[in-house]
Design a protein around this ligand. Structure first.
Ligand code: HEC
Ligand code: HEC
Length: 465
């Protein structure tokens, strides 16, 4: 009896406890948890970034017939074009054969096998039963990832977000058997342009560069590249360097000019209008026919795909999340930079050289509106004027350049993960070869009066970020 009484007495407590644990589980399912959500966002975003063509094989394979060129492409040709091979996707015997030098780099069947194994970064193949390609699509990873060369040059572990500055996007596109769809698009701005001229433009870009704006405005060349009032070069290809898409969280505007918007704006635009995936993209700014003759006529700012066939929109959230989660590479003290010189450079950066006025530690861009006019930067405004304008204090159109991220900039100075021919190259069009060239130019443009020692220290500091 006694026990039964006790049990009865405890019953309400037990019910209360169960009810409250039940509430906890149901409330965490109901309200969701940031931790588990962030994990699944990262997994989904990574998968999209690496492997998702968004259906763009309908363009690259279906229209340009790029797969026909790849069917005859030897591995050594593919590597010369800058394509990279993920060693983690290869079976151990293939890795061993690569190390032994027994893989035939002159056999196109090997290229196709690597694509089939999903080992060629950013290239997705669709195969005939006989093992030849019937179509091919591209993913974000083709331009925005590289490998650590741990097995052989251009073969190793994937590094998402680091730009592939060996990749010759223009030459790859120019190798497509049927360029007519691209010619037709460019004719909306230049009615007399020929396929031969389009190939010449694509081949003018060189490794590590792509011209996303060309297919909106048809402007292939910057007539005058000007720094500090001096014409450095004429008729420079309008392609920009592929940026390292790492360390971008906290930045308001993205891309070189900042004029387009944020990461997720750019991802929607690139997936739909540049990669030609099946999706939806809106931007009425593209209707400005004076600035964007092609985009306005082709209505590139009004692309709608019905939700059931849309292969981009549902992926934008996780893709953005993944992009922002990619950290900048961390330089190693004493290996990647000289710590004593960097400490002196730190004082200069926010002191005499006044770099910190724009590159705000530790974001390395301004919290808030992070754009500067070409006049302020004392460089030409060709690329800035190709992006949509924002509004200045007087209500006038403002075309600018975004204060570029400096975190992990040492990677490009050292040419780490790149072939030596492609070492360095800074600013949107790669006009400066080394960080010292950048610092020398700031010294002249902003009259900083830096000594050689101070310039050296500033460079070491930049390499430490
Ligand atoms: C053909 C090469 C290429 C492909 C494919 C490509 N990008 Fe880019 N990406 C570029 C270039 C070039 C820029 C710089 C554009 C500019 O500022 O004019 C850029 C800029 C960016 C930026 C801005 C980085 C910064 O520092 O502000 C992000 C983020 C980005 N791309 C993500 C993506 C994603 C996600 C995809 C896939 C949907 C993708 N890109 C596909 C070449 C490419
Ligand atoms: C008025 C604002 C401003 C100041 C001051 C400034 N920068 Fe910059 N910085 C920018 C902008 C904008 C860019 C991008 C330019 C472009 O793409 O053409 C840039 C680009 C760079 C780059 C190239 C980044 C890349 O990815 O290619 C480096 C390096 C750099 N700045 C270092 C410095 C140093 C060092 C100082 C001080 C001596 C400095 N900056 C002062 C605005 C500024």
């Amino acid at each position: 009896m006694k026990t039964r009484h006790l049990l009865i007495a405890l019953l309400p407590v037990a019910i209360l406890i169960t009810a409250s644990t039940q509430n906890q589980t149901s409330s965490s399912t109901f309200f969701g948890s940031a931790d588990s959500n962030s994990q699944s966002m990262i997994q989904q975003g990574r998968h999209t970034f690496r492997f998702d063509t968004f259906g763009d094989e309908a363009f690259w394979g279906g229209k340009l017939e790029l797969h026909r060129a790849i069917n005859n492409m030897t591995p050594s040709q593919a590597l010369t074009l800058g394509l990279k091979v993920d060693s983690d996707a290869l079976p151990p015997e293939v890795i061993q054969a690569i190390k032994n030098g027994t893989v035939n780099l002159n056999d196109p069947a090997v290229t196709r096998l690597l694509i089939k194994l999903k080992a060629v970064l950013g290239v997705v193949g669709f195969f005939n039963p006989d093992g030849t390609l019937r179509s091919v699509g591209l993913t974000c990873a083709v331009c925005h990832s590289t490998v650590d060369n741990s097995i052989a040059p251009s073969i190793g572990h994937r590094i998402d977000g680091l730009a592939n500055h060996d990749l010759n996007v223009g030459a790859i596109a120019a190798s497509a058997p049927n360029l007519q769809p691209v010619v037709d698009l460019l004719r909306l701005a230049n009615p007399s342009i020929t396929a031969q001229q389009v190939r010449a433009v694509l081949n003018s870009w060189g490794p590590g560069k792509f011209d996303a704006e060309l297919f909106l405005d048809g402007k292939a060349f910057n007539p005058q590249q000007v720094t500090n009032g001096v014409v450095m070069a004429t008729n420079v290809p309008g392609a920009t360097l592929i940026p390292n898409a790492r360390g971008l969280a906290g930045h308001n505007l993205h891309t070189w000019t900042g004029g387009w918007g944020t990461v997720t704006y750019w991802n929607a635009f690139v997936a739909v209008d540049e990669m030609h995936g099946k999706g939806t993209f809106f931007d009425e700014r593209f209707d400005n026919a004076a600035q964007f003759p092609i985009a306005a006529k082709a209505k590139l700012g009004h692309v709608a795909t019905d939700p059931d066939s849309d292969r981009v929109t549902s992926k934008l959230g996780a893709l953005q999340f993944y992009q922002l989660a990619l950290p900048a590479l961390k330089p190693r003290s004493g290996i990647d930079f000289d710590p004593d010189a960097a400490e002196r450079g730190d004082a200069l950066f926010s002191g005499k050289a006044n770099c910190n006025r724009c590159h705000r530690e530790p974001l390395w861009t301004e919290p808030g509106w992070n754009q500067h006019t070409p006049g302020e930067m004392k460089i030409d405004g060709f690329e800035a004027r190709r992006a949509p304008a924002s509004i200045d204090a007087q209500g006038k159109a403002l075309h600018g350049y975004r204060t570029m991220n400096l975190a992990g900039v040492f990677v490009r100075e050292r040419g780490l993960f790149m072939f030596p021919h492609d070492k360095g190259r800074f600013y949107h069009d790669g006009r400066f070869k080394t960080l010292l060239d950048v610092v020398n130019s700031y010294d002249a443009r902003f009259g900083l009066g830096l000594s050689d020692q101070e310039k050296h220290d500033l460079v070491e500091y930049l390499k430490s970020l």
